[in-house]
Design a protein around this ligand. Sequence first.
Ligand code: MN
Ligand code: MN
Length: 473
Amino acid sequence: MADKKKKEDKKTQAELLQDQLLLKKKTVYDGYAQRAGKKATAYGEKYMAFMNAAKTEREFVRESVKLLEKAGFKPFEPGRAYSAGEKLYFNNRGKSLAAAVIGSAPLSEGINLMAAHVDSPRLDLKPNPLYEESGLGYFKTHYYGGIKKYQWVAMPLAIHGAVMRADGKLVEVVIGEDDKDPVFCVTDILPHLSAKVQDDRKAREVIRGEELNILLGSEPVEDDKISDPVKLNLMRLLNEKYGMVEADFVSAELEVVPALKARWLGLDRSLIGAYAHDDRVCAYTSLTAFAEVNRPERTALLVLADKEETGSDGNTGLASDFLRNFLALLCRGCGQDLELTLYNTRALSADVNAGFDPSFAEVNDRRNCAYLNRGPVLTKYTGARGKSGTNDASAEFVGHVRRLFDAHDLPWQTGELGKVDEGGGGTVAMFLASLGMEVVDIGVPLLSMHAPYEVASKLDIYAMYEAFRAFCK
Ligand code: MN
Ligand code: MN
């Protein structure tokens, strides 16, 4: 303290003026790490365990329900009047979720809402996926979300999902996660032979959509009369394990994801590498912050949405009326006005942002981009090319959120996703805004976003959790 005082005394007038007037770019290592480092490490361990158990939107919702039930949440009963302190959740078809802790203030005074998405880029199976070619068995796929297709070849893959059989039974599938399980892969052409057919293709075409075929096996059934003996053998194995037949693929949602576990990354273990940080890092931090809420003044609401990566369409996505309908039912039961509730609601659209990558510096405006280890990124607007397709948060609401984080002494930063006219991206913010609520984007900065293995900082993740905790308390 005395040292600090001496340093302050030595500062020139201009230095003092600079401290007072100009923005300082602090990192999480300027005080926050000393305060939160140990807790952030323990939190990171729990986050990785959760990520390894939740590699699809269905699995994430299932694990979230388990966590919420442990914290005292009960399934939502439409039409019932809820009173202050009650905790409820609404599981929307197993793929998205809304949960609330009722506040002491009336709902119509507004809600504190956090919304993240739990779907992530992956390879989905086509409705008629299984085939055999030259003695090898494959699945045809149709990729989900914005992927760089070349990143998904020549690496171990797992198959997750659900199959609705003809007998009306839903069967859960997970192959490739247990160390004793087999894994799968998409093959690539060897460099010795790629000169003519691949080396001159543009990056988007290095691997084409129809080349993302999952290698499943090579052993035939022994019978000369069978035209596709490898395919039949593979179907036999699936039938033994899951009771399914080929026609059942049409009523299945089978998702191919990297067979990789979330792990500490870097010699100093300051980073975490994982499949699907986007957006499960915001989903997990908001979920765990929300699960701790007790007797808030304003009602706290958590939304875990599906379909964000394909534009939020579909009845589990936020372009649908599922959130509005859930809130209408909740308001009606409590004798409250839905429109007023929506108008007075404050929302954080919780989604990841791009962290500055020194290897690709030219895509960012260095004065207006996010960096790893500077805390959660508050993003006033997303979109691209003249702010199209975005919610542009108001000065008043950004001011409210900023004061809140500063009051809790939390690290945070601001940044745009890329240079003007370089590209851009969307989040669920605009769908929340279209309901009339105040909303701003916030999230953890990532490296390699949408790759099979994404990178986030341990301290950014913990600061995100603390920021959500401050918001919904
Ligand atoms: Mn996202
Ligand atoms: Mn995304």
